[in-house]
Ligand binder design. Structure first.
Ligand code: EZ4
Ligand code: CO
Length: 402
């Protein structure tokens, strides 16, 4: 089973996606997500200009060896561009292996550990009363867990607050949007939000919140403490993620569970957080976490330290990544929760798939392989459009974490 074709497909059905499609000499195809939000073409080039030619002629059944070949063989290890490219190859090879075996990929990972995957939905509006309406809508659709974000009085644009329905932070154009930030205004306002949500909906629903890397450790400790009465499922990315020992300080002060990892790319990025038990949920995902092979390794390390999974699942992670992630979620013993933001109709049409959402739960495909594909003709109708994630400034104009 040799790889005879490796094709990179860039398409923009409401947002940009990069997809790798491998074909073998016995006619099997496999797909892998290679999307890196706002830096898409760098990964497309890494694949097209450097990896595709190395894949031609390789034995498609040798997933682990191919992973090691691309990781160790690059010399320049880790980093989001490299790891996203390796993830795409790895994911496509698991897809092919599943098709060759006639089994859904979760069977190859050891079979189901659970019947379905609990996902969390998103409520994010400018005002608390609009957020409460959104939460009610999500609960009506069966969600048992909701991430709650709100606009902060005095700040014009803020992370996680949508422009109606479909949330997408990247904006098309030649330059990033600029947002503004005041930690003092935010810290004073957020506890009110959770008081109102608990007041309206009680304690049966799981509530989550994403700080998006904006606080210092002592500020994050204060927020975690202030939110303790509201029993959050998790507080996500309270501080920037580079300084792993920074989380020790948060841990000393609060029992609010902490979730981290959507910008991590390898087991080395989260090793200290996991082994020192500084977090409760690891948010790495298939596309930015080195593929199914590497993510499984991270999740197994996490299991030793009572850290559960909570994979990133925003709209910039394509249906190919979501399909792959659900196979991992249903198989690993230490699954926690999966983020879910529905894709638009145009995205879904470009990526036909058979995973499904029902009553707050998701089910991986039962088809051989991942159960997702890319419709190349449909993809060709949506050419790439330059888009950037926003940048963030403090009120005095200094750059801050977005
Ligand atoms: O900002 O996926 O928890 N989810 C998030 C996302 C990220 C985007 C970045 O591409 O933080 O909305
Ligand atoms: Co996040």
């Amino acid at each position: 089973m040799r790889i005879v074709d490796a094709k990179v497909i860039v398409t923009c059905p409401d947002r940009n996606f990069v997809t790798l499609r491998l074909t073998t000499d016995d006619g099997l195809t496999g797909v892998g997500d290679a999307t890196l939000n706002g830096r898409e073409l760098a990964v497309a080039s890494y694949l097209e200009d450097h990896l595709c030619q190395l894949l031609i002629g390789r034995d498609a059944s040798r997933i682990e060896d191919t992973w090691q070949y691309l990781y160790k063989g690059a010399y320049w290890r880790r980093g989001p561009v490299t790891m996203t490219a390796i993830a795409a190859v790895d994911t496509a090879l698991w897809d092919i292996k599943g098709k060759a075996a006639g089994m859904p990929v979760y069977q190859l990972l050891g079979g189901r550990s659970r019947d379905a995957v609990t996902v969390y939905g998103h409520a994010g509006s400018a005002t608390v009363s609009d957020v409460l309406e959104e939460v009610a809508g999500l609960l009506g659709r069966g969600y048992r867990a909701v991430r709650v974000q709100v606009g902060v009085p005095g700040l014009e644009k803020i992370y996680g607050v949508g422009r109606g329905g479909f949330y997408e932070p990247a904006t098309a154009g030649a330059r990033p949007d600029e947002e503004s930030w005041s930690t003092a205004k935010y810290l004073n306002f957020v506890p009110e939000l959770f008081a109102a949500v608990r007041d309206g909906f009680g304690y049966d629903v799981h509530l989550l919140h994403d700080v998006h890397h904006r606080l210092t450790p002592i500020e994050a400790a204060r927020l975690g403490k202030a939110l303790e009465p509201y029993g959050l499922f998790w507080l996500e990315d309270p501080i920037s993620e580079e300084l792993q020992e920074g989380f020790r300080l948060i841990r000393r002060h609060t029992t609010t569970p902490i979730a981290v990892g959507e910008v991590y790319n390898s087991i080395w990025d989260c090793r200290q957080l996991i082994t020192e038990q500084l977090i409760d949920y690891i948010r790495m995902d298939v596309v930015h976490g080195g593929g199914i092979t590497h993510l499984r390794r991270v999740f197994d390390l996490a299991a030793l330290y009572h850290v559960r999974t909570g994979s990133h699942g925003a709209t910039d992670l394509s249906p190919v990544c979501l399909a792959a992630g659900l196979h991992v979620d249903v198989a690993v013993p230490n699954f926690g929760i999966q983020e879910y933001m529905p894709h638009t109709d145009a995205t879904n049409a470009v990526f036909p798939h058979s995973y499904r959402f029902e009553d707050g739960l998701m089910y991986p495909s039962e088809e051989p392989g991942l159960g997702v594909d890319i419709d190349e003709e449909a993809a060709a109708e949506y050419p790439y459009r330059q888009a950037y994630l926003p940048v963030n400034r403090l009120e005095d104009g200094s750059m801050h974490d977005w």
